[in-house]
Structures are given as structure tokens and as C-alpha cells.
Design a binder for this molecule. Structure first.
Ligand code: ATP
Length: 318
């Protein structure tokens, strides 16, 4: 291959820039030209590319977001859109593609692979909901960002003897909520993977207050319900007056942790090397600290499970 492209797609996540930089440098090391595609699959359809040389990827390793921008592309979900994207890449002499994103982006990557175009996926999402890798790029940073905010809330929660509900992101998965709950020493983690009974939660709170626990922190995954809804239910069922904080997009921003930068650099380099030796239709994963390739469809055909160990830890430590 003489020209390889890289794009970021779906929601942005901290560490994507480090992955882009790693793809570009691995290309340069192998005398391959690297082009960045702007705005994900939209830019692929429009032929919106820019050459990623040393200068273009200089000074980006610790920046949050993505210099290539990201977008959701309706057009790319149609066969016509994908054919236009293929024609544009052909026109520009692009012979392979690295897609950095979540499972939706991997669906798009698989569709290109099925049309005979070489593609490798790199998992970049704060949700960590992709099977085939222990961690996705951005997850560690998002947990740390949530933790920092919660530590501030803890101060006021303990000063005022308060019950706090903190809603974290994660879409339909509870990875972010569970990891954040363990890291922050929260009393409860409410995640979509486990059925929740408000009655049961009220009972646990009663028992906890009976033991003179002065303040309580509940970490709620957005995929269960909104924090405001939970506050109303706790009020109606148990008469609890909870304070609510929704962390929202704050968790997606900020500069990546060293863990995410290292993970992104390893994954970006490995994805590019795999592409250059002829692999395609695969995603990079970090399993037990080793980089591996697995079929892209694994990302959506197998559900990733929450760690039973972490789940039991939250219950033991409240
Ligand atoms: P995140 O987990 O952060 O939301 P994601 O990659 O799952 O990231 P999506 O919005 O689901 O984000 O997908 C990103 C883009 O991938 C879509 O806008 C679309 O262009 C493409 N895509 C998604 N699903 C398909 C599909 N079935 N076929 C082709 N392309 C798809």
C-alpha cells in the first residue's frame, strides 16, 4: 500500500488524537502516505481529506476530541453512499482505511470490507461497550473525569448529610457507572445490566441510615433512567430528598489520561501494521494487556459483560 486513510466516527473520545497520530507515524515509518478524513464517513463520501504529515500530527497527542472531527452520516448507511465513498477513495489512490469509533462505526467498516476494501477498526468510545477488547480508548479518561467531579460532590454531601444521585454516561451499558462507583467509593451503582427495584434501594438506604451513615452516593448509568426520574421515585417511595447531578458531556472532554494515550498509540500503530500486512475486516483489541485482532462483527454480535468482581465489590463496600 502507498496511501492509507484514517477517520474518527461516532461520539468523540479522549485519546482519539493519539490514535490518529500513531496511524500517521506508523505510515511514515513504512513509507506510506497517510491522509485524514474529515467528519467521519461524511468526509469519506465527499472526498474531504488532508495529508497527515509530521507537522499535521505534531502537538496533538494530549489534546481531547479529534482533529479530524467526527459526525454521524446517514448517507453512509445506504449502499449508494458507500459506493460513492469507495469511488472517492479510488480517485485519491487510497488503498486502506483505519476507522476509529464505536460499534456503529464498525458496522460501517464491515460494510466497506464486504465490498472488498481493506479496513481495520480501532475501538474509541468512552462507553467501553465493545466486545473484543478489555478497554476502549477514552474510557479510562471518562472514569477519571467523573471521579474528579464526584470527589467535589462528596465534600458537600458529607458536610450536609446528603443523598446524591450522580448520572453518568455509557449509553445502554453500565461499564462507566460501575468503574466510577468503585473508584469513588460510592454506596450504590445502578446499571442497566441488573434489574433495579426502587423499593429494594429504599430498604438498603433505610438500613444504611439506621447504622448512622450520614451521606450516600448513588452512581446511576444513563441507560437505566434519568437521575431526575430516580430522585422522584426515591421521594415517592421512601420520602428521600436526593440531590441530583448529571455529568453529561463533561465526561467526553478533556485531555486523555496516560493510560488512554498509551492504549491509543499502541492500538493505532497495531491497526496500521495489520492493514499493511494485508489484514482486513478486523478490529484491534487489548485483552489481558496484549493487542489482538478479532472480526469486526464481534463488536455487536457478542454482548460484553460487566465484571462480576467489580459488581460484588460495590455491594461489599457500601
Ligand atoms: P459511539 O459509541 O460513541 O456512539 P458509534 O461508532 O457507535 O460511536 P454511531 O453513531 O452508532 O456511533 O455510528 C457512527 C456512524 O457509523 C453512523 O453515523 C453511520 O455513518 C455509520 N454506521 C452506523 N451503522 C451503520 C450500518 N449498519 N451500516 C453502515 N454504516 C453505519
Amino acid at each position: 500500500m502507498k496511501r492509507v486513510a484514517v477517520l474518527t466516527s461516532g461520539g468523540d473520545s479522549p485519546g482519539m488524537n493519539a490514535a490518529i497520530r500513531a496511524v500517521a507515524h506508523t505510515c511514515m515509518f513504512n513509507d506510506v502516505e497517510c491522509v485524514g478524513v474529515m467528519r467521519g464517513y461524511e468526509g469519506l463520501i465527499e472526498g474531504d481529506y488532508k495529508v497527515l504529515d509530521r507537522a499535521a500530527v505534531g502537538g496533538i497527542i494530549h489534546r481531547g476530541g479529534t482533529i479530524l472531527k467526527t459526525a454521524r452520516s446517514e448517507r453512509f448507511t445506504t449502499p449508494e453512499g458507500r459506493l460513492t465513498a469507495l469511488e472517492k477513495m479510488k480517485e485519491h489512490g487510497i488503498e486502506g482505511l483505519v476507522v476509529i469509533g464505536g460499534d456503529g462505526s464498525f458496522h460501517g467498516a464491515k460494510a466497506l470490507h464486504d465490498l472488498g476494501f481493506p479496513v481495520i477498526g480501532v475501538p474509541g468510545t468512552i462507553d467501553n461497550d465493545i466486545t473484543g477488547t478489555d478497554e476502549t480508548i477514552g474510557f479510562d479518561t471518562a472514569v477519571n473525569t467523573a471521579l474528579e467531579a464526584i470527589m467535589r460532590l462528596r465534600d458537600t454531601a458529607s458536610s450536609h448529610d446528603r443523598l446524591f444521585i450522580v448520572e453518568v454516561m455509557g449509553r445502554n451499558a453500565g461499564f462507566l457507572a460501575l468503574e466510577t462507583a468503585v473508584a469513588s467509593g460510592a454506596e450504590y451503582a445502578v446499571v442497566p445490566e441488573l434489574p433495579l427495584s426502587i423499593g429494594n434501594l429504599c430498604k438498603l438506604l433505610r438500613e444504611s441510615y439506621a447504622e448512622h451513615k450520614s451521606h450516600t452516593l448513588i452512581i446511576l448509568a444513563e441507560g437505566v433512567m434519568s437521575a431526575h426520574e430516580m430522585r422522584d421515585k426515591l421521594q415517592d417511595t421512601g420520602g428521600y430528598d436526593a440531590r441530583v447531578t448529571v455529568l453529561g458531556y463533561i465526561q467526553r472532554g478533556g485531555h486523555p489520561t496516560s493510560f488512554d494515550v498509551v492504549l491509543a498509540t499502541r492500538m493505532g500503530a497495531f491497526a496500521t501494521e495489520s492493514l499493511l500486512i494485508g489484514k482486513s475486516g478486523m478490529m484491534v483489541g487489548n485483552i489481558n494487556h496484549k493487542l489482538v485482532l478479532s472480526p469486526l462483527e464481534r463488536a455487536w454480535s457478542e454482548q460484553k459483560s460487566l465484571s462480576p468482581e467489580l459488581l460484588s465489590l460495590v455491594n461489599k463496600m457500601n
